[in-house]
Design a protein around this ligand. Structure first.
Ligand code: GDP
Ligand code: MG
Length: 437
């Protein structure tokens, strides 16, 4: 697994005072492999790692930062920078503003047209109109109409016409008549680039002089996306890229390559089939995704900040002597809570995000447990074996919980202690953290 591999290679750097040629080489080899796996073009990946190497070597590591963390940061920042640094501007001024879609068939042009109309209408208070210039498939016009109806947005189409250039021109006049301030022109696409299609879209562009010409590309197409982008850009000199279907398991490395090869910003990201599944493009998030780390880096950063190594050592010693008690349990819970909102934290783990979205993981989950431990005497916390039936009843009363809850906690605690004893050492401290979650 990619992220594990990266983690491992970053670990090599851990505990060294500065980043040297030697410790960087191994890490960058893995970074490059990660990029290639994520469909980044070979030359782009190579140039990228060379750049990072230059930046990284010789950088002294501040006492607060470990070399591996600094390395992660350099790689991420450089990736984000490559993809444009910050989110790009999208122009919607004009009377009307005209947005032209381009791209292969199935890339998501029609879907994106609807998403954009929805966004401009609901967030920007615009009055968009959608135009059906895909004259080759009757179903395409129907698809656009269904989407537009759903949004309450007008559609301009000409049944029977085979001339997309004049349809587009007529549509702009019609938009003016109807007081629409943005015209979104959806076009036809072929399964692969062909001359007829390129000539047609170039002619449309020339005729309507769009405010923004967008190139829509399916992020699952990987390396091919780069070639397609290049050809479209040579003909259209488009203003920005829309990367669709990022909700799949693609890593989106094409984003990096496209940016580098055609030097045009990625402006939007499609993340689903529904009309609201649209995001502005954030280079830093994309960098994380390409590295296959989700937000694991910030997770690690936050966890490390909070995790006092001294405490960990003490805990290990106690576990080794089977002295892990309710005081330790309580401090583990508090450590987890200090790391921030539990749900946020859990959802940053790659692959887990979607799962926890609907689950009830709240900090409240700990409240009962804490209350019970607070109700214990210092003696009881240190020696859980003292907790007989009479004492358990008192704890339930004192904590406002039930005898069942108290019993459950004590059973769980016993199990944790047993497991810890078995594992011992560094592993045990980690388990304590997990168990207390
Ligand atoms: P067009 O031929 O370029 O107009 O492409 P369409 O808009 O018709 O989209 C082709 C297919 O991809 C449709 O089934 C869409 O529902 C789907 N699609 C488009 N964008 C996305 C996206 O961001 N995520 C997912 N999962 N599917 C998408
Ligand atoms: Mg279409």
């Amino acid at each position: 697994n990619l992220s594990e591999r990266l983690e491992r290679s970053f670990k090599i750097l851990k505990g060294q005072g500065s980043i040297t040629e030697l410790n960087v080489a191994e890490t960058l080899k893995d970074v490059r492999r990660a990029l290639l796996d994520a469909d980044v073009n070979y030359n782009v990946a190579k140039r990228f790692t060379d750049d990072v190497k230059k930046k990284a070597i010789g950088r002294n590591v501040l006492t607060a930062v470990k070399p591996n963390e600094l390395m992660v940061k350099i790689v991420r920042d450089e990736l984000a920078e490559l993809m444009g640094g910050t989110a790009a501007e999208f122009k919607i001024d004009g009377n009307p503003a005209v947005i032209l879609m381009s791209g292969l068939q199935g890339s998501g042009k029609t879907t994106f047209s609807a998403k954009l109309a929805n966004l401009l209408k609901s967030k920007n208070g615009k009055k968009p109109m959608m135009v059906a210039c895909d004259v080759y498939r009757p179903a395409a016009i129907e698809q656009l109409k269904v989407l537009a109806n759903q949004l309450g947005v007008p559609v301009y189409s000409e049944e029977g016409s085979k001339d997309p250039v004049s349809i587009a021109k007529h549509a702009i006049n019609e938009a003016k008549n109807q007081g629409c301030d943005v015209v979104i022109v959806d076009t036809a696409g072929r399964l692969a680039i062909d001359e007829e299609m390129m000539t047609e879209i170039a002619a449309i562009k020339k005729a309507i002089n769009p405010t923004e010409t967008l190139f829509v590309v399916d992020s699952m197409t990987g390396q091919d996306a780069v070639n397609t982008a290049k050809e479209f850009n040579e003909r259209l000199d488009f203003d920005g890229v829309v990367l669709t279907k990022l909700d799949g398991d693609t890593r989106g490395g094409a984003a990096l390559s496209i940016r580098k090869v055609v030097d045009k910003p990625i402006k939007f990201v499609g993340t689903g089939e529904k009309v609201d599944a649209l995001d502005l493009f954030h280079p830093d998030r994309m960098a994380d995704r390409i590295l296959g780390m989700g937000d694991i880096i910030s997770l690690v950063e936050r966890a490390q900040q909070q995790y006092d190594e001294e405490e960990a050592k003490k805990l290990e010693a106690k576990i080794a002597k089977n002295q892990f008690d309710f005081n330790d349990f309580l401090s583990q819970i508090q450590q987890v809570k200090r790391m921030g909102n539990l749900k946020d934290l859990v959802s940053m783990i790659p692959g887990v995000g979607k799962m926890v979205k609907d689950m009830d993981i709240s900090d409240d989950a700990f409240k009962g447990i804490e209350a019970i431990i607070y109700s214990m005497t210092p003696e009881e916390r240190k020696h859980p074996s003292l907790l007989d039936g009479r004492r358990r009843k008192r704890l339930a009363m004192g904590s406002g919980t039930s005898i069942q809850e108290v019993n459950r906690l004590i059973t769980q605690f016993d199990q944790i202690r047993k497991v810890m004893k078995q594992l011992q050492g560094g592993k045990a401290a980690k388990m304590a953290k997990m168990a207390s979650r």
